[in-house]
Ligand binder design. Sequence first.
Ligand code: COA
Length: 201
Amino acid sequence: MPAVIRSFHPSDLPALYRICLLTGEVGGDASALYRDPDLLGHVYAGPYPIADPGLTFVVVDELGPVGYILGTADTARFEQWLERAWWPTLRERYPLREDPHDGTEDHVLVSRVHEWAAADEALLERFPAHMHIDLLPRAQGQGLGRRLVETLAQALRERGVPGLHLGVDNRNEGAIAFYLRTGFAEARRHEWGRTLTLDLA
Ligand SMILES: CC(C)(COP(=O)(O)OP(=O)(O)OC[C@H]1O[C@@H](n2cnc3c(N)ncnc32)[C@H](O)[C@@H]1OP(=O)(O)O)[C@@H](O)C(=O)NCCC(=O)NCCS
């Protein structure tokens, strides 16, 4: 069966968490970085389809989900929702902790759970939506990433959203090349990476 793109179904959630972990270290497997395999998904995957399932799309092949794109149409409202509905329970479950100095980075994600850095308001005026995209290695390089971006962009256009932004790690050169090939432009450079934008008008 060739891979197909379809709308999110709630039963996809565990697979989305797995894919998030398997692509979470500069596009590669982050399993060795986290003692808790769910933490990355709690921060970068789970909240999106829970907050707005209509903006998550999943790539499925004969073995199940192999990739996704997920996003929010309105980052500022999404951040309010995170504060109200998503972070409180996770803050109780994951108290702040020190760096154990053993190479693991759970403490970094836990500190994000407790103090989420709000998006830049000036950026949100033109590019209020944001997204994450991840495909397992076996689904990469076949045009699926481009199709996922087009699928989300179309869903956002149908809602009248003017633009989309995302953050990418400087070290993830493959992803940066992909975004620039699929119509994104560089908006800002940071120490950690870049903010890229896609005009949906
Ligand atoms: C980055 C990613 C989403 C790209 O999806 P993909 O399905 O592999 O990319 P596509 O096959 O749709 O490629 C679309 C275009 O981008 C280019 N491209 C994709 N990956 C590239 C790479 N690593 N280096 C250079 N160009 C690349 C392709 O050549 C293609 O260009 P063309 O259409 O003009 O010929 C996917 O590889 C991935 O999920 N990687 C791991 C997780 C990750 O890094 N996510 C992003 C985190 S910010």
